[in-house]
Unconditional design. Structure first.
Length: 225
């Protein structure tokens, strides 16, 4: 008889804290109080402390003098570098996948994009991001290069450790992103030249980066007198 594997207390603490960091409930700079988490998770301090050490190895948590464990602050340079790499990797993988992409899966791509529209209408940016990720995972699913797909997964994981919740995409960019998704679906459906699909997908990702930089440059500068 098969039995379900129950995660250890340390694994459970790791999963809970990690999910709260990635979905924004614990924003960058948030202080983690071990005893408080232990009470909340109904465990001792030891599994929580071990989980925090593991999250430190994942670069999700840092230790600040006199403050203890905090959620790693937003690293702008790492974010820009990681998103740039992701644009290149996903562009190539999507182009390769487009060669054999099953037409019956196109409706699934449209469904994810529709769900993104609904998430944007309800201002649920976390849900929007999740559907966006699932959309792209499907676009490159049929790429035969497994190593490439593993690198994309690792890059997405790294992006999650350096991004700042709520600031990487603005509603105006989200609307344009949705429109670009529908154009990409049309390109895949028509079996357009993979070189064009690669370029379009890469630029689709880079447009998010450009929007971030434009938003940053439009913010008022702090002047020190």
């Amino acid at each position: 008889m098969n039995t379900l594997h129950k995660p250890s207390k340390q694994q459970y603490a790791y999963q809970v804290i990690r999910s709260r960091i990635l979905d924004g409930r614990y924003p960058p700079g948030h202080k983690l109080v071990i005893d408080q988490l232990a009470r909340e998770l109904q465990t001792s301090a030891i599994p929580v402390r071990e989980a925090i050490r593991q999250l430190e190895a994942d670069s999700l948590i840092s230790f600040k003098p006199y403050s203890g464990a905090i959620v790693t602050p937003f690293d702008e340079e790492a974010y820009l570098e990681t998103l740039s790499v992701l644009a290149v990797l996903e562009g190539f993988a999507t182009a390769e996948s487009s060669r054999t992409f099953p037409h019956e899966k196109l409706d699934e791509l449209r469904a994810y994009t529709k769900l993104m529209e609904e998430a944007l209408d309800s201002l649920d940016f976390s849900l929007f991001s999740n559907y966006n990720k699932e959309f792209h995972k499907l676009t490159y699913k049929y790429c035969s290069n497994q190593f490439l797909k593993e690198q994309i997964h690792s890059t997405w994981e790294r992006l999650g450790t350096v991004r700042k919740s709520g600031m990487t995409m603005k509603p105006s960019r989200m609307k344009r992103s949705i429109a670009e998704h529908y154009l990409l679906i049309e390109m895949i459906e028509k079996r357009e030249d993979p070189v064009r699909i690669e370029s379009f997908t890469r630029n689709h990702k880079l447009n998010t980066l450009k929007a971030f930089l434009e938003d940053k440059s439009s913010q008022p500068k702090t002047i020190n007198y």
